[in-house]
Design a binder for this molecule. Sequence first.
Ligand code: NAG
Ligand code: NAG
Ligand code: NAG
Ligand code: NAG
Length: 545
Amino acid sequence: MLGSRWPILCLPILLAASACGSDILMITMGGTKSHKIPFLELARGLIRRDHNITLISPFQPDFHLEGLEEITPEGLAAFVRGYMTFDLVGARMKGEEPLPYMDIIRYGYEACDAFLNDIETRSFLRSGRNYDLIILDGAYPECALGLVYRMKVPFMYINTVAFYASPTSISGSPAPFSVTPFFARSFTDNMSFLDRSVNAFWHLGSLLGHSISVTILQTVLRRHFGAQMPHVYDMAKNVSFILQNGHYSVTYSRPFLPNVAEIACIHCKESKTLNADLEEWISGAGEAGFVYVSMGSSVRTNKMPLAAHRLFIDALKRLPQRVLWKQDGDQNMTDIPSNIRLYKWLPQQDLLGHPKIKAFVTHGGLLSMFETVYHGVPIISIPVFCDHDANAAKAEVDGYAKKLDLHYLTSDKLYEAIKDVIVEPKYKIQVKNRQTLMRDQKESPLERAIYWTEYVLRHKGAYHLQSPAKDLNLFQYYMLDIALTFLVLSLTTLALIVYALRIGFICLGNYVQSKRMNKLFDKSSDLLKRSTKLIDEASLSKKKL
Ligand SMILES: *[C@@H]1O[C@H](CO)[C@@H](O)[C@H](O)[C@H]1NC(C)=O
Ligand SMILES: *[C@@H]1O[C@H](CO)[C@@H](O)[C@H](O)[C@H]1NC(C)=O
Ligand SMILES: *[C@@H]1O[C@H](CO)[C@@H](O)[C@H](O)[C@H]1NC(C)=O
Ligand SMILES: *[C@@H]1O[C@H](CO)[C@@H](O)[C@H](O)[C@H]1NC(C)=O
């Protein structure tokens, strides 16, 4: 049924020279826990190859792994907990921006200040511990560049938010606005004239907001690391390698320099058997199967308005399927219909890989999108914030998703959408197509990520993969300076020619005119001579008379 299966463990990657036994520091300052997942997956793979990993993040470890040391600076963790209190779903239902722009801008520098002022961070920095490589999150990497500056070692990114083009574009990979949909809007890479202009507006607006945030962040960094610290934009260009959390089978086909490798689904795994309780509940549904509902870890459902819960319940209770719903909190809902069960946590990939699953109702987080394609399950996508809209737009183009807008959502619409995705075979067919494309790769994403990480370790940075494109400004990159020079030169030449011609014509005109005058003059003097002659003759003949 499936194409090729990825090898479970990284089979020995045959290397001329191995780079085993290195110390690697990973840092993610992303505001949601899902940012940790690709890091942990890469860490697992690297630890099997005898590297030691330190991971700094705002989220407490969920498990212990030999070779992995997790550091959770409490100052940073507390800041993120205090920050992520928005009622994202409620705002979206009212048609508002779920995260106010000012809050997005302040996250960068406030999180940085909280991180660098933390006691644990300070003692970590004072300890003088050294690493061979630092791997940063492509989302909010700026603050951690301070540690790169302090330790003076090569660094890489895992660009966790695939549609966020900034880390790849700042390091020289092309990302023209014409085909690069802005990550927080629902554009695809096929845009009309109007779409392209609005898309460009969002890109430019985001660059402006980012540069404001970074200007303030720079003062925070210089306070902690000294006034000599270069600008973070200049440091960011020196990235050795980018592990891009996308893949052309699930994100878009994009031009990347050789210092980028796509690693979408680095965390995807074959499903395991469920625990007896879940398995029993699912098999109780018989042929109808089950529907899985989860809004991910960042959209806290206990912050969801009660009306939204009611709406979901009203739609889900009409389904002939049984429903497993991942819920964060106690909603005090006493009248849960008999076909629905709420759980605080569910083994997502084991459910997606279960043969009885019919559809997945999701917020459209990137990792959920990859998992659903990996396991071949069609979705109903209800985007909430960040990159959800871009993810949903792509899934819809690929034909395995039905997209719903929270602002206009009703229980009828939700019910119809779920029914449609289950009954219409086209959704299942398309997701299977995507699954085949995603699984057709010459090595697993984890093997690819390990290979390139060890490549950077072996060569102590991968500066030969960089392109001077990163050092050009917009005018130089698009040759606008040259176009402008040519324009000015051509216009000047044209003006000179016109001027010269004008002078020439004037001279010629004068010359011709003077020639004519001379001729007239000659003629008149001729006439004068002749008339004098006539007069003379006349006076002579008079005398003769
Ligand atoms: C990794 O950690 C272990 C246990 O702390 C230590 O024995 C080993 O030397 C470390 N390896 C490297 C490469 O630092
Ligand atoms: C890039 O990083 C390497 C390693 O830290 C360093 O030697 C080099 O000077 C840096 N280049 C620039 C332009 O910052
Ligand atoms: C892009 O969109 C236009 C208009 O919707 C459509 O005609 C065209 O076929 C699309 N191109 C691709 C490559 O999908
Ligand atoms: C649930 O009910 C308890 C007691 O009735 C109340 O204290 C609590 O705030 C309620 N929780 C929610 C989410 O409404």
